[in-house]
Structures are given as C-alpha cells and as structure tokens.
Design a protein around this ligand. Structure first.
Ligand code: FAD
Length: 412
C-alpha cells in the first residue's frame, strides 16, 4: 500500500511529471531507496532514446558525476566523458585572468564534459533496467488533483496515477508550477547562445576557457577527440548574423575571438541557438507537490550550472523521502517538503545571483567597471584561500551536500 495514498488507479510512491534529465534522475534516486515512481513524459520514448547529436554538451561537476556513479549511470558514460582539469576565466582579452587548477583541491578533475546524447541514452537505459519505474511516455496530462491525502493525475489514454507526492520536473515554464499558483520571477536576457561542436588542430589539455566580452560570454569547453563545445552568448542581432553566416565567415569570427589558441578550427556539427532567460519559482513546494530542476529554477548557462543544480535538488529530495519512508511517514507531509525547501533555497539563490550577476557585470563596458573586474580577477588569482572556495564550488564539493553528491548511497 502506498504511504498516504487512497483510492483507485496506478498506485506509486512518486508521480513525476517530466522525463527530462532531472525527472529521470529523480526516478532513479527514488528507486535506489526502494520507492516506486511513475515517470510521465509528453514526448514519445523514441525522443527520449534519441542517439542523434543535438549540439548540447553538459559540464557535470564532480559532485554530479559521483551521484551518477552511485545511481549506476556513470559506467556507460565514462568512456565518452572528458575531464575538466583546469578552468580559465578572463575579462575579454585581458592578460589578468583567473586560473583554477584541479591539483589545488585534490587529484580529481573539477568535473566532466558529457555530450547530452550520451547522457540521454545512459539515463534511459538505467531507468528501464530496474522494475521500480513505470515510464509513461507519449502521454499528456488530462487532469491533476492534489488533495489532503494524495495527488492524482489522469492521462489522455485514461491511465490514472495516484501517489502521496507529485513532482514537477517539467522544465522551464512549468505548467504544474502555474497550475499550483506558484509565481516565478522571470526575465529574458537580450542574448542568444550559439552552441556548436568544433574540431581543432591543437589540444585543449582539458582546459575549460571562458572569456567575458561586453557582447556576452564566449566559452570553449573540452570534449573527447580534440573537439570543444562552443557556447557563445551574444546579443540577438549579432547571434542571428553569425548563425546565418557561411561556414568560413563563422569560423573566422570564432578564431578571432579565441585568439587562435586552438589552431585551425572546423565545424563538427550544426550550429544551434538557445534564447536565454532566467526563471526562479517563489517557492518550490505546495500541497503534495514539489518542484525540481528547471521547473524550480532555470538560469543563464554562463557557469554551466542548471543541470548540476537540478541534480542537487534530486539528491536532497531523495534523502528527505528516504527518511520519511524509513520512519513510516507520509512522503508528501508538509513538514518534510518544508525541510526540502529550506535545504535547497540557499544553493539555488546563490547560483542564480552568481550567474545573473556575472552576466550583468561583464556585459557592461564602462571603463571603471572594466578596470575593477580585471583587477578583481587578477587579485583572486593571487589569493589561494579565496581561490580554493571558488574551486570547491566549481566541483560542487562545498556547502551542505546531500549524500548522493558526496558519492554515498542513501540508506533505504
Ligand atoms: C545553451 C545551454 C547550455 C547549457 N549547459 C549546461 C551545462 O554545461 N551544465 C549544466 O549543468 N547545465 C547546463 N544547461 C542547463 C541544463 O540543460 C538544464 O538545467 C537541464 O537540462 C534541465 O533539465 P530538466 O529535466 O529540469 O528540464 P527539461 O530538460 O526541460 O525537461 C523537462 C521535461 O518535461 C517534459 N514535459 C514538459 N511539460 C510536460 C507535461 N505537461 N507533461 C509531461 N511532460 C512534460 C518535457 O518534454 C521535457 O522532457 C544548459 C542550458 C542551455 C540552454
């Protein structure tokens, strides 16, 4: 019998709406502590399993990698992951840059770059391996009820799912968030990110480079086989022009921006574009409802943190739910949800302020500000104690970390 659930329909411990990376990771984390989930996704299964390249590559912080290892996802990904050994942050072409070296905080890299297509396949394989997750793909929500003792979801094929807790993992613009009347702070940046995989002549040596220009950040992130992922955020009009430019013109612009550091460049895939926006839910819990991943907070990819933050949501929620289950308590109890929210808010707000603050600080070309930030980068580079703090955060190895992010299983 499901804790706290009553009535008819498919009875599970969690009804998760949204089968993206975060919804799937949550279903796996829940299964690891003996909880059963229904994972409801509007896209068909073929889209979830799509092995095609969509140009996106994710930087997974060390803590996220440890979590995927505990959940059994990492073994299939390891061969395709490129370690991030160093991080260099510069204000445009200033010679004063900030250099983070992984050896300053230990033997392991800051994290790994993983192509989204591999992550997609590895997660789905893990979801379909165990018997604790019912994947309901290609279905649409017809009705949602959240009552005192249970939440109930009806799908367009007539399936009814009942659980003590409903999870919104439905991404940006979450419909579940809106339906619950939870407001979100949101704004659009006047920037589009151009994302493309480049092949290059010289080696990247596992260095992730981010240069901030007044027009937007320009990041080259190391990939396997002498390739890098370019994430170039630019004003919409500039981005449009570069997306429309022929290959030679585009590559010449990238080479100019990269100062030829990687030698001769060529395109190793099509150019994609993502308009950039920020969203922050004013709260992440409601009656028998919890928000995770981009449904709770979505940010500028300036620091490559959205997915990492969502995985930390999952790790914290899994720990809270495991404790409830161990004590025989209701999984959707308001007190438990409030403790989840208290745990997650500082991390989410800090990351949001950081990414938004960086975007604004570096988009401004006022001379005094430019001098101050260049000196600031140079100064932090010479303060080992301050640098260590940044380095531990980059690896997601600082703060009040849940067990999965520390690479430890959650006891059921
Ligand atoms: C250009 C770019 C680069 C990025 N790079 C990085 C990076 O390097 N590192 C990093 O950590 N993060 C990065 N991010 C952020 C990261 O991609 C997101 O934070 C992450 O993918 C969010 O996952 P999610 O599962 O919460 O949401 P989504 O991926 O949006 O998944 C939501 C899912 O819910 C489904 N859904 C929606 N509504 C319904 C409904 N009503 N019923 C059923 N299903 C529904 C959708 O079909 C989708 O499958 C980047 C983002 C961008 C834009």
């Amino acid at each position: 019998m499901v804790r706290g659930a009553t009535g008819s329909g498919m009875q599970v411990d969690l009804a998760i709406v949204g089968g993206g990376f975060i919804g799937q990771a949550l279903a796996l984390a829940a299964a690891s502590v003996g909880l059963r989930s229904a994972l409801i996704e509007r896209r068909p299964r073929t889209a979830l399993a799509d092995a095609g390249d969509d140009g996106r590559v994710s930087s997974l912080a060390l803590g996220s990698q440890r979590m995927l290892a505990v959940l059994g996802v990492w073994p299939t990904l390891a061969a395709e992951a490129e370690p991030i050994r160093d991080i260099r942050v510069a204000d445009g072409r200033s010679p004063l840059f900030l250099h983070f070296d992984h050896r300053e905080i230990g033997d392991e890299p800051f994290g790994y770059m993983v192509e989204n297509r591999f992550l997609r396949q590895a997660l789905l394989a893990a979801v379909e391996r165990g018997g604790a997750i019912r994947l309901l793909a290609g279905r649409r929500l017809r009705a949602i009820q959240r009552e005192e003792f249970a939440a109930r979801v009806e799908l367009d094929d007539g399936t009814a799912v009942e659980a003590p807790l409903l999870v919104a993992a439905d991404g940006r613009g979450s419909a579940l968030r809106a339906q619950a009347g939870i407001n979100a702070l949101s704004w659009r940046y006047r920037q589009t990110a151009i994302v493309v995989t480049l092949a290059h002549e010289r080696t990247h040596d596992g260095v992730a480079k981010e240069q901030f220009f007044p027009t937007g950040p320009f990041a080259l992130l190391p990939m396997r086989r002498s390739r890098s992922s370019l994430v170039w955020s630019l004003r919409h009009d500039l981005a449009r022009a570069l997306l429309a430019a022929d290959e030679a013109t585009f590559l010449a612009a990238v080479e100019r921006q990269a100062d030829g550091q990687l030698g001769l460049l060529s395109l190793a895939g099509p150019r994609y574009n993502y308009p950039l926006a920020l969203e922050q839910a004013e709260r992440v819990v409601d009656r028998r409802l919890v928000l995770v991943g981009d449904a709770a907070q979505a940010m500028h990819p300036i620091a490559g943190q959205g997915l990492n933050l969502g995985l930390r949501d999952v790790a914290c929620l899994a720990e809270v739910l495991a404790r409830q289950a161990r004590l025989g308590l209701d999984l959707g109890e308001a007190l438990a949800l409030a403790s989840y929210q208290r745990w997650r808010r500082p991390d989410a707000l800090a990351m949001l302020l950081m990414t938004d603050g960086l975007t604004r600080l570096f988009s401004n070309n006022l001379p005094p500000l430019r001098v101050a930030r260049r000196l600031g980068l140079g100064l932090v580079n010479r303060l080992p104690a301050v640098k260590r703090v940044f380095e531990r955060h980059a690896a997601a190895a600082a703060g009040d970390l849940p067990r999965l992010i520390r690479g430890l299983p959650v006891p059921p």
